[in-house]
Structure formats: structure tokens, C-alpha cells
Design a binder for this molecule. Structure first.
Ligand SMILES: [Zn+2]
Length: 228
């Protein structure tokens, strides 16, 4: 597989017909939009995350593929999808509606670790996402971390870079589910959100990329996805 094209998060905008276009082969929706209006975090009446057994296979390292290449391709892909999902509700996520980055019970303890050098401990959700996308753009634009030339090696600690990126992207998932799910429903985006999230959880679990304490921010959904 050829070295991926780096497409930074901020190149996406909510004006893109992202969801009307075929996404990557790994990001197929699980069926027709089934309008639901109950937040999945609220219990059994929430939308069931439809099991797509193929997703479990899709996340696995393809035969002969370099693991770092596989991590890089998927990380870039997840960044694009999560950014697009957030952008669909971005206009409803303001410093007034979301003065704190509500991303689950762990955020009070872990939010600051991402940007301790230049962010105050408490930032609004849109500020957090803005800084996050800038930070990810910087990471992905650094060819010593995400090399573009096929012959260029990945750094020895590349997986650690991926883990930091995916951990913070997970918080955006958590914020969307916890604070903007009703808007996602109104936009009939929940099948895509759920499928993207299921793919993400299966991938980070397959390669042990996000700690359990972070995943617990959406524990109920994660358990449904990982249930045997
Ligand atoms: Zn928000």
C-alpha cells in the first residue's frame, strides 16, 4: 500500500458533502437511517449499535502491511471523519452552550494533559477542538512523525504519537455523544456517527491505542461494541 496522503483536519469544512459521498471502504454505514431521538447514553432505549462483523475484520492489520503504515492511514482517516462529524454540529457548540469540554468523567483529570504548555486548564469545547485540530495538523505535517516519502522511516515511538492523537480524538466523540447527540439525530447523522465510533473503538482496541479509563467516558457504548 502506498504511503498515505496527509490530509490535515482543518481542510474539512461543514460545507463539504461529506456524508453524501462514499467514504473510505472502512467507513460504511450500517443501514438506512433509522431516526431515533433518545441519547444512547441514557439506557436501553437508545439506538442499538448495529453489529457489523466485518468491521472487526476491517481493523486488523492486512497481511504484509507495515503496522506503522496501517496506524498512520487509519489515524488520518479517523481524524477526517471525526472532524467532519464535529463540524456538522459545530455551529451549535459555542463557548456559551459548551463552556467546558464535557467529554466524560475523566476529562477533569486528563483534559489539561493535552495542551498544558499553552492552554488554561479549563477551555470551552470549541476552543478545545480548535486547538486540538491545530495540534494534530502540526503532528501530521511533521514528516519526522508522519513521513510521506515511501522510503522514509517512521519514528521508533510512532505508536505513542498515534495514541496521543487518538486519545484526544476520542474526547471529541465523547463530547458529541454527551452534548450534541440530539442535533446529530435531527441531522439524521446518527448511523454514521455510530458506525464511525464503532470502527474507532474496534481499531483502538485491536492495537491497544486508548486506555480503558479514557474509553469509560462512553462506557455503555463501548461495552456494546466490544461485547462478544
Ligand atoms: Zn459542544
Amino acid at each position: 500500500m502506498s504511503r498515505m496522503q496527509i490530509s490535515v483536519c482543518t481542510t474539512l469544512s461543514r460545507d463539504m458533502s461529506f456524508f453524501g459521498l462514499p467514504s473510505s471502504p472502512n467507513q460504511q454505514t450500517t443501514g438506512p437511517a433509522n431516526k431515533r431521538n433518545v441519547n444512547p447514553l441514557s439506557g436501553s432505549q437508545g439506538p442499538e449499535l448495529e453489529k457489523v462483523t466485518s468491521l472487526s475484520d476491517v481493523v486488523k492489520l492486512p497481511l504484509g502491511e507495515d503496522v506503522n503504515e496501517w496506524l498512520a492511514i487509519n489515524t488520518v482517516d479517523f481524524c477526517s471523519h471525526i472532524t467532519a462529524l464535529y463540524n456538522t454540529v459545530g455551529e451549535f457548540c459555542t463557548p456559551i452552550t459548551c463552556p467546558n469540554m464535557d467529554a466524560g468523567s475523566t476529562d477533569e483529570d486528563t483534559l489539561a494533559d493535552a495542551f498544558t504548555t499553552f492552554l488554561p486548564r479549563t477551555v470551552s469545547a470549541p476552543e478545545y477542538v480548535e486547538h486540538l485540530t491545530d495540534w494534530i495538523d502540526t503532528q501530521m505535517g511533521d514528516e519526522t512523525i508522519f513521513p510521506r516519502k515511501p522510503e522514509a522511516p517512521f519514528p521508533p515511538d510512532f505508536k505513542d504519537f498515534v495514541k496521543r492523537i487518538l486519545k484526544r480524538l476520542y474526547r471529541v466523540f465523547a463530547h458529541i455523544y454527551r452534548s450534541h447527540y440530539q442535533k446529530i439525530v435531527c441531522l439524521e447523522m446518527e448511523p454514521h456517527l455510530n458506525t464511525c465510533f464503532e470502527h474507532f473503538v474496534l481499531f483502538v482496541t485491536e492495537f491497544q491505542l486508548v486506555d480503558k479509563i479514557e474509553l469509560d467516558a462512553l462506557k455503555e457504548l463501548v461495552e456494546k461494541i466490544l461485547a462478544p
